[in-house]
Write a protein that binds this ligand. Structure first.
Ligand code: ADP
Ligand code: MG
Length: 568
């Protein structure tokens, strides 16, 4: 297939392109960040493939990214000597969206430009962002290891279709040529491009080079020289000193590694020495991704070994319940040819994972326990977005269970709303004198929990009850039976013992009542013999005449409903 061929974009691509061009125009400079980010990823991929095949470098070992412009032709070109693309790769990578959550994303679009712009940002704009400023993009690429005659030219005006043809290309890697739209000429300046690169791409560890510019006395204008200069710092951001990194640089680096558009909530950056030596730079996103619940989704940690990129999504480096964490871990000890299989068994990896887990928990504690309102708000955001995932840790991570339990937040009868803001420590601090238990009720939703008849006696006595309505709660509770010496007790289970909360006079009165209803209860038991295990007089209810309870050691009503719904 050497002929020039015209192909149609996947329907979603068309839709995305149109939306993006309009809704992201006010943010148009980000196109350069996205294309430089791709060039950097392509170089990382080459470096990784070359670990086992040095020949891929040919005679060109010096990886870099070059940005140039042509005032007369009105083009900006971003070139890299990274992995490159074959014809088939260009078709599948630039003509379709192969991202998990794509369907959900398009389902959420509302037609409201502002809302959709935020969504698009969250989805990630990538390569197509070039069309914000360009009315035609030409991509010329040659995959590392392929012959010079096997280059590919991909071209599109970002409407319905694109063309691909085979070309001769002298160098490995990819050139992205943007043909600027009418009115975008201000981008055709060294000064402008440099300032965009410094703002968004300074953290890129490869050199980003441009032709030097010089004032020409005769022509009375600046002219480009053949000499190249490096525009960014060109060192791995995570290897720099914390004090040399600005908050903006941390944020931009996050956007690069996470492919997210929004700034993160917080980060932790540490160099760890000792039994295992590594650097970690880990971020908590501000928003849950579309595919947070996708079981096949991989983690968000990029693994480097001594600055060499090894792999994306190194799921062995973070426990599943922290799968939302993004960032970089750079090990000084692992071998360069490490594979996923080796990672699974490596003791070094286990040490790194344990250390990183503790760091992430520490980062969350810092927000959760802070006095500043800003940090408190951040923790509330975190809990809304990722709280349900963190709860999985109670069952998964016995080592850190106590610390995780303190990070839990619940809705409670102490507040008159469904916000999950009450911690177990707070609950205990507010407990009644003599109350040695933590009471909770589980239900499908907040309204059902709040109106549970089981709560009546607690309301009357002024005892707080936690209202648990997330799907993972029942499962989590099977691992969380006590907190700081206080048993967690469902108000819907068994012969509820209110212990010291009941006074002597009440106890006596209850005994008398039970005796006087003995006959009635006996008859009811007979009638309900094959329907109920037991019938008891209760003192829990104040308004309702009767309620169903689960036996002490049986599955609760709510869990039974869940299992039934799951077809068990
Ligand atoms: P993402 O970077 O999130 O994967 P993009 O839309 O930015 O999404 O890029 C889509 C894909 O196109 C990349 O995953 C990569 O496979 C390919 N690609 C883009 N730019 C380059 C490049 N400069 N060199 C090699 N491949 C590239
Ligand atoms: Mg990209």
């Amino acid at each position: 297939d050497t002929e020039k061929q015209t192909l149609g974009f996947q329907a979603e691509v068309k839709q995305l392109l149109q939306l993006m061009i309009h809704s992201l125009y006010s943010n148009k400079e980000i196109f350069l960040r996205e294309l430089i980010s791709n060039a950097s990823d392509a170089s990382d991929k080459l470096r990784f493939e070359a670990i086992n095949n040095d020949a891929l470098y040919g005679n060109d070992h010096e990886l870099k990214i070059k940005v140039s412009f042509d005032k007369a032709a009105r083009t900006i070109t971003i070139s890299d000597n990274g992995i490159g693309m074959s014809r088939d790769e260009a078709i599948s990578h630039l003509g379709t969206i192969a991202k998990s959550g794509t369907k959900e994303f398009f389902g959420k679009l509302s037609g409201d430009q502002q809302q959709d712009a935020a969504l698009i940002g969250q989805f990630g704009v990538g390569f197509y962002s070039g069309f914000i400023v360009a009315d035609k993009i030409t991509v010329e690429s040659r995959r590392a290891g392929a012959a010079g005659s096997e280059g590919v030219r991909w071209e599109s005006s970002g409407e319905g279709d694109y063309s691909v043809e085979q070309i001769e290309k002298t160098h490995r890697g990819t050139d992205i040529i943007l043909h600027l739209r009418e009115g975008e000429d201000e981008l055709l300046s060294s000064w402008k491009i440099k300032s965009i690169i410094r703002k968004y791409s300074d953290h890129i560890s490869l050199p980003i080079v441009m032709q030097k510019e010089e004032w020409d006395e005769e022509k009375k204008e600046t002219v480009l020289k053949d000499e190249l200069e490096t525009v960014n710092q060109a060192s791995a951001l995570w290897a720099r000193n914390k004090s040399d990194i600005t908050p903006e640089q941390y944020d931009e680096f996050y956007k690069h590694v996470s492919h997210d558009f929004q700034a993160p909530l917080t980060h932790t950056h540490n160099r760890v020495e000792g039994r295992s030596e590594y650097t970690q730079l880990l971020y908590i996103p501000a928003k849950a991704p579309f595919d947070l619940w996708d079981r096949n989704k991989r983690g968000g940690i990029k693994l480097y070994v001594k600055r060499v990129f090894i792999m994306d999504d190194a799921e062995q480096l973070m426990p599943t319940y922290l799968r939302f964490v993004k960032g970089v871990i750079d090990s000084a000890d692992l071998p360069l040819n490490v594979s996923r299989e080796i990672l699974q068994e490596s003791r070094d990896v286990k040490v790194i994972r344990d250390g990183s887990t503790k760091r992430v928990i520490g980062m969350l504690e810092e927000l959760a326990n802070a006095d500043e309102q800003e940090k408190k708000d951040k923790y509330a955001t975190f809990w809304t977005e990722f709280g349900q995932v963190l709860k999985e840790g109670i069952g998964e991570d016995a080592t850190n269970k106590d610390r995780l339990a303190k990070l839990l937040r619940f809705a409670s009868t102490a507040n008159d709303n469904d916000q999950q803001i009450t911690s177990l420590e707070q609950y205990i601090a507010r407990a009644k004198e003599g109350q040695d238990k933590i009471y909770y009720v589980t239900a499908d939703n907040y309204v059902a929990a709040k109106n549970s008849p089981h709560l009546e006696i607690f309301r009357k006595k002024g005892v707080e009850v936690l209202l648990l309505t997330d799907r993972v709660d029942e499962w989590m509770l099977s691992f969380l039976t006590e907190f700081e010496g206080k048993e967690l007790v469902s108000v819907a289970k068994g012969g509820l013992d209110l212990g010291a909360l009941e006074d002597e006079a009440e106890k006596k009165e209850h005994e008398e009542t039970e005796t006087s209803y003995k006959d009635l209860v006996g008859k009811m038991k007979e009638v309900l013999a094959d329907k109920a295990k037991d019938v008891r007089v209760t003192f829990r209810l104040t308004d309702s005449p009767a309620c169903l309870v689960a036996d002490e050691h049986e599955l609760s009503g709510n869990l039974l409903r869940m299992l039934k719904a799951a077809g068990q």
